[in-house]
Ligand binder design. Sequence first.
Ligand code: SAJ
Length: 420
Amino acid sequence: MTFNTISVIGLGYIGLPTAAAFAARRKSVIGIDLNADVVATINRGEIHIVEPDLSQVVSTAVAQGYLRAAVTPEPAEAFLIAVPTPFKDHHQPDLSFVKAAAESVAPVLKKGDIVILESTSPVGATEQLAEWLAAARDDLTFPQHAGEQADIHIAYCPERVLPGRVMVELVKNDRVIGGMTSTCSNMACQLYEIFLEGECVVTHSRTAEMCKLTENSFRDVNIAFANELSLICAAQGINVWELIRLANRHPRVNILQPGPGVGGHCIAVDPWFIVAQNPVQARLIRTAREVNDSKPHWVLDQVKKTLAECLAANDKRASELTIACFGLVFKADIDDLRESPAMEVVGMIAEWHQGITLVVEPNIHQLPKTLEGKVDLVPQDSALQRADVLVMLVDHAQFKALDIASVQSQRIVDTKGIWQ
Ligand code: SAJ
């Protein structure tokens, strides 16, 4: 099968790097996004997200004519859907963007095309996608009815790339390929092999869907274990980072790191898809989510305690004390604020604290709307000079490099264990 034209629907953190990876292999790629500003940005050879090496690949691909963006789908041999799958009330998965993508692609489908869902999805979403496509095109046959003989091939192939390393992991990671039939899987493998150096591992679409959810739930459960340990250690007067270092000397123990909570659009979201579909069985997965979601509130309590100690030790009033928070994004050395526990902590501190709250975040230049007028975004030096209490929330390289001996007079709440 030759794929002359490949279309990627949704040009976000996953769709744009994927489109760029195909275009860099000299495939003609049409990226589709509802947002006309995003489309215009990409057609100028620029990008709207921060990801190492992406900018260069996109600008070259656009300049050489291999990558082009548009608002409405056009004919292609392969369609990859990489749209958001958030959750609605009560943590129920919201597939409305997938449905809209299916309905926009359906009119341009022709016999022999493949449609691949990449978005993190609940089990059964690919079969649902196939139903939506079939409902829109009764002149074509689909795998759920026609099996291997279907006109249109459908597969679920989740991405597994780590933000900050997307351009490397996209090519190097193994890829799980969940075709609705063997023909679907074979076609999907051929497509990804255009740029993949890792292996394509074939399975059923439902297993592939569950595999993606499992990977992120595994990490969430393990981080919850570390976060729970941090609460226990604080109660017992034990340094949790030292404890974890020691325990990890055991050849079969590998505990992750505690922090202010778990953020990002993946790990803080995906486990809920399993819980929503399996509320009775998924007890550990649900509890892990609850442990991680409750951590920002525990951090706030630590800040309150530290401020009380500060008040007891000098004659200032609470309104005269300044708190400086270090970090706002969801993890180190990126610019992504989605589901950030640091942002939740800062919001709660600003809400509660009567004095000034400062924020140091080297990776953003403007405060998010929810914090505007409530906190001040300041350079590191200014925060270190002005603050009475320092709250470490994100282990950015810049913060790790700080000589902590120079800030000894201030009280510190360190959720990442880098200023111990
Ligand atoms: N975190 C901790 N302690 C740790 C590790 C992480 O508190 O020891 C926190 C981080 O600070 C952050 C959150 O967890 O708030 C998630 O960060 P992460 O680096 O674990 O993961 P993401 O969300 O950037 O990317 C994950 C990855 N999944 C796994 O490692 C299993 C990535 O491979 C997926 O492709 C991505 O989710 C996704 O798109 O689903």
